[in-house]
Every structure is written in C-alpha cells, then in structure tokens.
Design a protein around this ligand. Structure first.
Ligand code: ADP
Ligand code: TYD
Length: 202
C-alpha cells in the first residue's frame, strides 16, 4: 500500500486555517479519498491535554524555551498516535498547524531560538509534511476574527498585534526558504475563493 499524503495549513491566528483544513478534507472525501483531519497542538488524547496548558493563562505563563519543549512533546504524541498510523494505512492526513508553527511562534518572536527548535525537531520529530499551505493575510483583520471567537484559548492572541506582524513575516520567510513544500495562499478573500485556490494547487 502507498503511504498517504501529509498536508498542513499554517499561518497567523485567525487567518482561516481551520476553515480551509475542514473544507479541503471535505473536498478530498468527496473524491473518495480517506482523510484524517487533525490539529496542533492536539490531535491525540495526550496532546490535547498539553494543548490546555499551552493556550490558557497569562502570556508569561511559559517562556518560549519551555513552549518549545511542550509543543514538541505534544507533536511527538500526535505523530505516534495519529499521524504515522494514518499515513501507514494510506490515509491522507490534513493537519491544522504542525512544526512550522514552532519554527515561527517559538523560533522567531522572542529572540532567535530557531537553532534550538530545529535541533529538537531533528531529534524528536524528523518528519515534514508533503505539502504546506501558508495562509497569508492582514494581521489586524485576522486578530480581530480570532479574538471575536472568544474561545478561551487566546494566550497567543494576547501577545498583541506587533507579535502577529512578526509571525506573518516569519511564515513568509519560511515559505521562501522551502518553496518546494510551501504554497502561500492569499487569505484576504472569501472562504470559497480561498478554498478553490487551495483545491486548484493540490
Ligand atoms: P484559524 O484556524 O486560522 O484561527 P478559522 O478558520 O478558525 O481561523 O477562522 C477564524 C474566524 O474567521 C472564524 O470565525 C471563521 O468563520 C472566520 N473566517 C475564516 N475564513 C474567513 C474568510 N475568508 N473571510 C471571513 N471570515 C473568515
Ligand atoms: P490554533 O488553535 O490553531 O489557534 P488559532 O485558531 O488562533 O490560529 O493554535 C493554537 C495556538 O498555538 C496559536 O496561537 C499558535 C500556537 N502555536 C505555537 O505557538 N506553536 C506551535 O508549535 C503550535 C502548533 C501552535
């Protein structure tokens, strides 16, 4: 059996990743593809528990260094319990965020920690998606949308607009550095326009 494809969505908070991941999963299922739709942090029972620790509380609850360890621990469990088993069954995995989020949120916002992120990734994860859609959009609009949800998981939104602007540049730099894997999608459009664009690229 052929291993399945591993597709991720990345971008700043509120950019429309979850919406587009869900729509892509539906589109592929409509074509008869067996899809596992998942997310980070989370996507397995243990990783969902770690998610609560990371996304609630004050901005200074964890340092960026501690976050690297917690996100990587959650990712390792997600990989072992959900992603790798699905790929080995030939299923297509669509994940709302993966390692690029750690590279940008922890690696390039509160000091240059990218080398530490990369070392831990190589040691504990060692897997990249086959294809990554980076949804790029205006950070002020995205932040407004994200906070309007009142999800109670706003720890990273609470770092404010300049933080989101830094993240946007981080994701675009990542896309330039790995243009084979990453496709930048203009998120300043309607949900349907973006979904058609994603499907066309696929
Ligand atoms: P993310 O997963 O990136 O945080 P979501 O998909 O949860 O983003 O979208 C954040 C909010 O914005 C949701 O309320 C969603 O319905 C809305 N939304 C998503 N995409 C668009 C779009 N293209 N235009 C307007 N609103 C959108
Ligand atoms: P998510 O639920 O996708 O948030 P949003 O819907 O606002 O985009 O992700 C939770 C938060 O965790 C988000 O603010 C980004 C952050 N995060 C990191 O900082 N590092 C990571 O490695 C991951 C996966 C997420």
């Amino acid at each position: 059996m052929n291993p399945g494809r591993f597709i991720t969505f990345e971008g700043i908070d509120g950019s429309g990743k979850s919406t587009q991941a869900r729509l892509l999963a539906g589109h592929l299922r409509g074509q008869g593809v067996d899809v596992v739709l998942t997310r980070e942090p989370g996507g397995s029972a243990g990783a969902e528990e770690i998610r609560q620790l990371l996304l609630t509380g004050d901005t200074d609850r964890w340092s960026a260094e501690t976050e690297i360890l917690l996100f990587t621990a959650a990712r390792r469990d997600h990989l072992e319990k959900t992603i790798l088993p699905a790929l080995s069954l030939g299923q297509t995995v669509v994940s709302d965020r993966f390692a690029d989020s750690t590279r940008v949120y922890q690696g390039a916002t509160r000091g240059d920690l990218r080398a530490k992120v990369d070392t831990l990734h190589a040691l504990m994860i060692g897997r990249e998606p086959d294809l990554t859609f980076i949804i790029d959009m205006d950070p002020a609009t995205a932040l407004g949308r994200g906070l309007a949800r009142k999800s109670g998981e706003d720890r990273f939104e609470d770092f404010g607009l300049p933080f989101q602007e830094t993240l946007r540049h981080g994701f675009l730099a990542l896309a330039r550095a790995d243009a084979q894997r990453c496709i930048v999608i203009d998120g300043n459009r309607t949900v349907d326009q973006i979904a058609s664009d994603v499907a066309a690229h696929l």
